[in-house]
Design a protein. Structure first.
Length: 217
């Protein structure tokens, strides 16, 4: 299976985006035709499985995709993740695309819409997991009901069993109520790493808690 690597260079997100459907100002008809031909050539190469074109496509349209994702999600880290996912998905689904000058950017944005929807759904799942876990670690709630006390003890045990840095990150998030950015600063870790550990830690705790509850029924 052919694989592709996206550019590692930092892109100037948010800058002017030049797409095939919107040519730069003060260009001649010849320039417009040339630009359209370049876009069509990239689209054809992608559809034919030429992995060498992916970096060019990424460089040309990543700012457009990133801007859309950032406006939709309101989080730069999530927007960057979505941007990467869009171009990987474009490569993986290249066989579904019919090369065209006017539809190529729209096709990429269509993939971006799907990836944004996936990220929003993931956020909703994370929110439900946070709610489920935080309900059982509140001391007042735990003392009020024996069942909640058992849940709280299980959650605390699960958190203590998490290996570091995941365990430390989850403890800072829930027992010290620090934001992701504050945790990243305190532990000197990338923000994306912190978010990933919190998400995966929550998923593990939530799944194990449900198993314990099922066994007790």
């Amino acid at each position: 299976m052919t694989s592709v690597a996206l550019p590692r260079a930092r892109l100037r997100y948010g800058g002017a985006v030049t797409g095939s459907a919107v040519p730069p100002a003060r260009t001649s008809a010849r320039d417009d035709r040339q630009g359209g031909a370049e876009v069509l050539d990239l689209a054809r190469r992608l559809a034919e499985g030429d992995g060498s074109c992916v970096a060019e496509i990424y460089d040309r349209w990543s700012a457009l995709v990133h801007t859309y994702a950032l406006r939709a999600l309101g989080d730069d880290h999530d927007a960057q993740d979505v941007t990467q996912q869009v171009f990987i998905a474009a490569w993986n689904s290249r066989h579904t695309f019919t090369p065209s000058v006017t539809t190529f950017p729209a096709w990429l944005l269509g993939i971006a819409r799907n990836k944004v929807a996936d990220r929003r759904a993931e956020r909703a799942r994370d929110a439900r997991r946070v709610e489920a876990v935080t309900l059982v670690v509140e001391p007042e709630v735990a003392e009020a009901e024996d069942g909640r006390l058992v849940d709280a003890l299980v959650v605390r045990q699960l958190v203590e069993e998490l290996p570091d840095p995941r365990g430390a990150i989850v403890r800072l998030a829930f027992w010290r109520d620090l934001t992701h950015a504050q945790i990243a600063e305190e532990l000197d870790l990338p923000l994306g790493t912190v978010k990933s550990h919190v998400r995966r830690g929550l998923a593990h705790i939530h799944a194990r808690l449900e198993e314990v509850r099922d066994a007790a029924r």
